[in-house]
Structures are given as C-alpha cells and as structure tokens.
Design a protein around this ligand. Structure first.
Ligand code: UDP
Ligand code: MG
Length: 246
C-alpha cells in the first residue's frame, strides 16, 4: 500500500465556455480517469473548472454534478473573458505540484491524462501534447492544421536550435506543468495565444520541455470558440515581438 503522504498531488484545470453539450462526455471520461488514478496509487487528483461567463447551462450542470465532491473547485467569471483569462484564473488557483490543463471538449481525450502524467518524470518541467510529433496524428479540420503547423514552424524558427529544435507543436492546450515554474512563464495574452506564450516562455527560460505524441480529434459536441483570423493576428504580433527581442 502506498501511503497518502507518498502520493503526488495533481490539479486538472478545465476552462469551460458554453460547453453544456459536451459535459456528459467529459464527466464520463473524468470518472474513468479518477478510477485509473485510484488504482495506480501514485497520484491524488483534483479538478478546477472555470466557468468563463457561459450563457448556457454549463454552470448549473457543473454545480449540480459536483456539489458533493471535495476534490472539485468551480471558479466563475461573471462575463466571458477569453480562453487566456480563464486559463490563468485556473492556473493561479492551483495548489498541487503538478498541473494538467485540458479542453472541456473532445479535441484531446481526457482518458490520456494518466498517460501524459507518465511522461512527467524528474527530467522535465513541462510536457505538452503534440499531434505534429512523428508519432502523433491530426484528425482535426484542415484549416486548423495549416495555421497550427505554420505557426509551429515560425515558433521553432524564433526559438532557434538552442531552445526549440525538439518541439513540433506549440498550440496544444493539453499539458502537464510543474506548478513551481508558473511565476516565470505566466502568459499576458487573454485569448488563445496564451498556450503558445506559456510554452515559449518555458523554452526561453530553459525549463525542460518534452512532447507527448497524441491524436487531436475533431470536436463531437458543441462549437469551437476559437476565432481563426483573430488568433492568427495574435500569433503574428507575438512572433514579431519574440523575433525582435532575440
Ligand atoms: N474557453 C473558455 N473561454 C473562452 C473560449 C474558450 O473558457 O472564451 C474554453 C472552452 O470551453 C474549451 C477551451 O477553452 O474548453 C478551448 O476552447 P475551444 O475548444 O472552443 O477551442 P479549440 O479547441 O477549438 O481551439
Ligand atoms: Mg477544444
């Protein structure tokens, strides 16, 4: 038997904006993850949901589902503030040594949370899911492939050989972080740029980053909240800043 004291504490951060249609799948997956983690005896798992000003029933469903659970926090933005703000609210509320971030929808399979945690050995500070890794796969719309792949190549170029040559995906929201690096890598972006900023900041501060090869799937329920043109503009502005300061 592993003593509770020997277990590593993990917080899973999940931003939610109008996700009522996908919550049933999310709950099913998270219950399975809790079962696997309990059997493995390695981790204690907590969940932090951020309701980012949803106008549908997301908040009611979350509160109803988790009212009796003491390992769940539900944080509330009265108004929709953007993915980056919701993510930062979640990250700043974490207390565990390890922090997993993942979408509420089906883009990444929450059942892989124990697998990505396995990649977080003593050798790393950040593990990022990577569909562009040679062993990964892209089952997601083609326009998102083109934009994510193009910005990934530009981020690689901006980082240069020393900092970023081992990375192939920069925009994945499915990650594990050591919480102790947050002070050094917190993003300034309030939108979807936040994931790239977190990773770039970690690389430039020479934290140890590795990729977890995975499959990204199309959303099965609800709609993507990402505004493609706005996000591309944010990436280009940020890339310009990175290039001009290095
Ligand atoms: N999200 C959020 N606030 C927003 C936009 C998105 O909290 O203003 C959440 C959303 O509910 C999801 C995650 O952030 O869990 C990523 O958003 P989405 O899945 O729509 O983006 P995509 O995966 O298509 O890039
Ligand atoms: Mg998504």
């Amino acid at each position: 038997m592993v003593n509770k004291m020997d277990k590593i504490s993990v917080d899973v951060v999940i931003p939610c904006y109008n996700e009522e249609e996908t919550l049933h799948t999310l709950f099913y997956k998270l219950e399975k993850v809790e079962d696997i983690i309990e059997q493995d005896q390695k981790y204690i798992i907590n969940f932090i949901f951020i309701n980012d000003g949803s106008t549908d029933k997301t908040l009611e469903i979350l509160e109803d589902k988790f009212k009796a659970k003491d390992n769940v926090k539900i944080l509330v933005h009265e108004r929709n503030s953007g993915f980056g703000v919701a993510l930062k609210t979640g990250l700043l509320a974490t207390e565990s040594d390890l922090v997993v971030t993942i979408d509420a929808d089906t883009n990444y399979d929450q059942l892989e949370i124990p697998k990505i945690l396995d990649y977080m050995t003593d050798d790393f500070d950040l593990v990022t899911a990577s569909p562009f890794h040679p062993e990964g796969q892209w089952n997601f719309p083609v326009h998102r492939f083109i934009t994510s792949r193009t910005v990934a190549r530009m981020y690689k170029m901006a980082l240069g050989k020393r900092y970023g040559s081992h990375l192939s995906t920069f925009t994945s929201g499915f990650r594990v972080y050591r919480r102790k690096i947050f002070d050094d890598i917190m993003p300034t972006a309030n939108d979807f740029l936040a994931t790239a900023q977190l990773l770039l900041n970690a690389c430039l501060k020479e934290y140890r980053v590795c990729e977890y090869p995975t499959v990204v799937y199309e959303r099965k329920f609800g709609k993507s909240k990402l505004k493609t043109v706005q996000t591309i503009i944010s990436h280009l502005k940020f890339l310009f800043r990175v290039f001009s300061t290095r």
